[in-house]
Design a protein around this ligand. Sequence first.
Ligand SMILES: NC(=O)c1ccc[n+]([C@@H]2O[C@H](COP(=O)([O-])OP(=O)(O)OC[C@H]3O[C@@H](n4cnc5c(N)ncnc54)[C@H](OP(=O)(O)O)[C@@H]3O)[C@@H](O)[C@H]2O)c1
Length: 200
Amino acid sequence: MTYAIIGTGNVGTALARQFARAGIDVAIANRQGPDSIQPLVDELGAHVTATTLQAALDADVILLAIPFVAVEELAKTRADWAGKIVIDATNAYGVSPQVMAGRLSSDIVAKAVSGANVVKTFNQLPAALLARDPAQDGGRRVIFVAGNDETATTSVKDLASRLGFSAIVVGRIDEGGRLLHIPGPLVLHNLVEFPLKSAS
Ligand SMILES: NC(=O)c1ccc[n+]([C@@H]2O[C@H](COP(=O)([O-])OP(=O)(O)OC[C@H]3O[C@@H](n4cnc5c(N)ncnc54)[C@H](OP(=O)(O)O)[C@@H]3O)[C@@H](O)[C@H]2O)c1
């Protein structure tokens, strides 16, 4: 599996930090080009490489850390999304109810990247928490994951686990995934899972 992060802002940088910490190779891109990302890459080390948007979209797994309103424009820059896994870390903040028309933001993302399997995760915690070591006091920070395709969802769950999170699948986008959409009840909770202690 190859991984790419689109977006070098708060969330893109936070998650690039986790890939670097976990020793998993990831490419990262923005509209300004690789040179603008070089200082981050220099800081994070060999597992994080700066690339172009076009090259990043060739990855097997593409993590969207861009404004929700930018997804449609980005999606049009790739002709064929079939077979891709798209991790939707966006939130539709500030988008009018008229534009949303009762739809879940991840369904709008899925329509834009038609053919790809969209998995929603990493959207529910502030970037400052996403950047922190998920290991805390002997436990692991919880991240919720939702997706309609079981294989893609499991793959993203496994990635989140390898990044150090306690990844919990909450079902399909239109089921448990609803709880991950702002202002859903699973948004903005810093939960830590601890191993069960055996009774003695
Ligand atoms: N901030 C948080 O705490 C937080 C937490 C969870 C989820 N989120 C969600 O995560 C997403 C990113 O948030 P953020 O705070 O990281 O935003 P941000 O700091 O403003 O960064 C946005 C990034 O997206 C890139 N971008 C913008 N338009 C693009 C386009 N059309 N194509 C490709 N790249 C584009 C920007 O690159 P350029 O330099 O090229 O403009 C920038 O690197 C949003 O959807 C937000 O709702 C945010």
